[in-house]
Design a protein around this ligand. Structure first.
Ligand code: PGA
Length: 255
């Protein structure tokens, strides 16, 4: 399976002109990245430009979605609108939205259902807030947090095939910080998520569902995550919109 590299632009860059410059960086590397599944997720407002410039070479996604296609929700964007702009993936349950927009597990559950009903693939984010000093990643406290997030957000949801959903393990303490999880511990957490998936869905889905790592992935550490067989790819945040760092990171992928 090709490794997934998902680029979450978050709320950047500040202008369309800069977004076009970032798209140009991706374009420059397109011939060399064919052995990866690259998903570019800019803010909504740059999606039409991304579609014009990148849709042939890369997959596109959105950072959020509303949970109905109904047309009277001011300020929201529906699954159908995203599909019409070429989006195939949607990030759901990102910790920044949980924190700043008070997204609950119930909202996240509705959004995952809306994506699945519209043939959009949710990239569902889970992760613990903090890691106590010396605490192993597979301690009971962290297992409980992750299982609760999975239980609530996937309540009532049936996955038909493993490609219907992607899970991103993003420990919140590693997002936007200078610190990332190491690849060995990430493998342990991924095995734990697969254990949950096997019990909730099936062995087959547990084995094949794509599970990513996210949290301070950059040009320095990306290879350590990608070299692990158990980690199916990464979710890159800040490095997506810093042209110098993005160039360095893309160069690492073609080595
Ligand atoms: P970061 O963000 O790479 O800037 O830590 C990751 C994310 O929020 O998905």
């Amino acid at each position: 399976m090709n490794k997934f590299i998902v680029f979450n632009f978050k709320m950047a860059p500040v202008s369309l002109l800069e977004a076009k410059e970032i798209f140009q960086v991706f374009k420059k590397f397109s011939e060399n990245l064919k052995s990866y599944k690259i998903v570019i997720i800019p803010p909504y407002v740059y999606l039409p430009t991304a579609e014009e410039n990148l849709e042939k070479e890369y997959a596109l996604g959105a950072q959020d979605v509303f949970w109905f296609n109904r047309n009277s929700i001011t300020g929201e964007i529906s699954p159908k609108m995203l599909k019409s702009l070429g989006a195939q993936y949607v990030i759901i349950g990102h910790s920044e939205r949980r924190e700043y927009l008070k997204e609950t597990d119930a909202i996240i559950n509705s959004k995952i259902k809306a994506c699945l009903n519209s043939n959009l693939i949710p990239i569902f984010c889970i992760g613990e807030k903090d890691r106590k000093k010396g605490e192993p990643c597979l301690c009971l406290r962290i297992k409980k947090i992750l299982f609760e997030q999975l239980n609530y957000a996937l309540r009532g949801i049936q996955i038909k095939k493993s490609s219907d959903l992607i899970i991103a393990y993003e420990p919140i303490w590693a997002i936007g910080s200078a610190q990332s999880e190491n690849s060995e511990e990430t493998q342990g957490i991924i095995a734990l998520i697969r254990f949950w998936l096997a019990r909730r869905f099936s062995e087959k889905i547990a084995k094949n569902l794509v599970i990513l790592y996210g949290g301070s992935v950059n040009s320095q550490n990306i290879s350590s995550f990608l070299s692990s067989k158990e980690i199916n790819g990464v979710l890159v945040g800040r490095a997506s919109t810093n042209k110098t760092e993005l160039t360095k990171l893309l160069k690492k992928l073609i080595k």
